[in-house]
Design a binder for this molecule. Structure first.
Ligand code: NCD
Length: 322
């Protein structure tokens, strides 16, 4: 595997392998010194054309815990404000010597373009409405940790599917692991066609609550919505919000997820976000280990075999820094 651009091209074996690597990096993350020398001397560039809290900090932490060097690029303060193109920016970063570039961009397909221009590995950190593969994979990992296998599990993805790259990433990753995915949204918040997607569609959240193992909520993508697709946020919450009353109808082992950032009180009630069945904090925590697994898989796998690397005892801090 050279790049990670989407989840649709991953099969069950690819995902299982990443899940096993993530287990090992969760263990590393729990050590007193959560750092291994695996990617010492490698450089990971974070090319972020769009705002991010979780994904950027998570990749940065993951790279540092593998002892890679990081370069962070944000649009404001860069020569993009002087009109430099994505291609020239990518070539400039490559010329400084990088092994992997994480690309977040408001345009779908930007990471694919970057992958065609440079030799380094490219990881899609979220592109437009298209995909966000590390989010899909960390969601799989988090569900696997709670539920065991995903095979035959029924997962509702609820909300603004139309504008959500997380929904697209989740659909393909969950389906690859044998889950049954139901999209729950008003017709205006669904893509024009879901033909070919491994999903069923429902328009009423209340109809599916009794039959699902997982409710994966999506943020209302207000910055991506140009038309009035819903009458009002209050109306949306009344029909699609995971309110306290609706959460009561879920089983005691049900799982509630949200990729963040949450609009508390819109798609999820504040109390529900803090419910013991919610795994929102686990998603963030697991995201670091999953991104370590991805960086290791793309950059480190040929150097040493996985178990040998991740079984290394924690090194003293001086040795790691050397
Ligand atoms: C998401 C994103 O930016 O795609 N956040 C994330 O990466 N965890 C979801 C969102 O913006 O709603």
């Amino acid at each position: 595997m050279k790049h990670l651009l989407d989840t649709a091209s991953l099969d069950r074996d690819d995902i299982d392998e990443l899940m096993e690597l993530t287990d090992a990096f969760v263990e590393v993350s729990q050590r007193p010194i959560p750092k291994v020398p695996t990617l010492r001397g490698r450089t990971v560039a974070l090319l972020f054309y769009e705002d991010s809290t979780r994904t950027r900090l998570s990749f940065e932490t993951a790279a540092k815990r593998l002892s890679a060097d990081t370069m962070t690029f944000g649009v404001s303060g860069s020569s993009v404000t002087k009109g430099e193109s994505l291609r020239d920016t990518a070539l400039t970063i490559e010329a400084m010597g990088v092994d992997a570039v994480v690309v977040r961009h408001r345009s779908s397909g930007a990471p694919h373009r970057v992958a065609s221009w440079i030799d380094a590995s490219v990881i899609n950190g979220g592109d437009g409405w298209h995909d966000h593969p590390t989010q899909g994979l960390l969601d799989c990992y988090t569900l696997r940790a709670r539920l065991g296998s995903l095979t035959g599990r029924r997962i509702a993805i609820v909300g603004d599917v139309k504008h959500s790259r997380v929904a697209r990433a989740d659909v393909w990753a969950f389906a690859a692991l044998g889950a049954e995915v139901v999209l729950v949204a008003p017709p205006t918040l669904l893509p024009p066609s879901v033909e070919g997607w491994p999903v069923t569609v429902a328009h009423h959240l209340d109809d599916v609550l009794g039959s699902v193992d997982v409710v994966a909520l999506l943020r209302m993508q207000r910055e991506r919505t140009t038309e009035a697709l819903i009458p009002s946020l209050r109306e949306y919450t009344a029909r699609y919000g995971l309110t306290v009353a609706r959460a009561r109808r879920l089983g005691e082992n049900a799982v509630i997820m949200h990729p963040g950032p949450m609009n508390r009180g819109v798609e999820i009630a504040p109390e529900v976000a803090d419910d013991p069945r919610a795994v929102i904090v686990d998603q963030v925590r697991n995201g670091v280990a999953l991104r370590m697994a991805v960086l290791f898989r793309l950059l480190g796998a040929e150097a040493r075999s996985a178990p040998a690397v991740v079984d290394l005892p924690a090194e003293p801090a001086e040795a790691v820094r050397a």
